[in-house]
Design a protein around this ligand. Sequence first.
Ligand code: SME
Length: 161
Amino acid sequence: MAEELIIPKTTDRTEVYSALLPQISALIETESDLTANLANVSAALKEAFSFFWVGFYIVKEGQLVLGPFQGPIACTRIPFHKGVCGASYSRKETITVPDVEAFPGHIACSSASKSEIVLPVFHRNGTVAMVLDVDSDELDNFSELDAKFLKSIISLIERKL
Ligand code: SME
C-alpha cells in the first residue's frame, strides 16, 4: 500500500467515503498494531474531509482516555457519563450533535468545535472498546451518511480487535 491517499476532488461525501474505504482497508489490513492503525484512520479522515478534529478515546482505567488523533490538543480523560463521548459510550450508540452548545454536558475542548459525531467501536463480546470522535468547526456538519460510512470504517477496526 502506497503511503499516499487518493482523494477525489469533490465535495460529494459519498464519493470521498467510497474512495476512502478500500484505501483504509488496505492501509490497516497488513498492520497488527492497533495504535498504528488508529493513527492512520484518524489521519485519513482528517486529510479527506479537513474535519477540525478526528480521534479515538479508548476505554482504559474506568474512563475514556485520549488515543491517536489528528487536530488540536484535546482533553485527555473523559468520564463514562460525560460529554458526547461519554453518552456514546454509555448508550452504545452513534450520537450526532448538530450544535454542541445545545448538548447538555458537552465537553468543550475547543470553542472552535461546533458540531460532532461520536460512534462506539465494539469488542467481539459487545463491550465498547473505544469511541471515534469527529468534530467540525461548522454547525450541523454530520448526517446519516457520515454515520453509515464511519460505521463501515469502524467495522474494519473491529475486525482487528
Ligand atoms: N467532544 C467531546 C470532547 C472531546 S473533544 O471535542 C476532542 C465530548 O463532548 O465528548
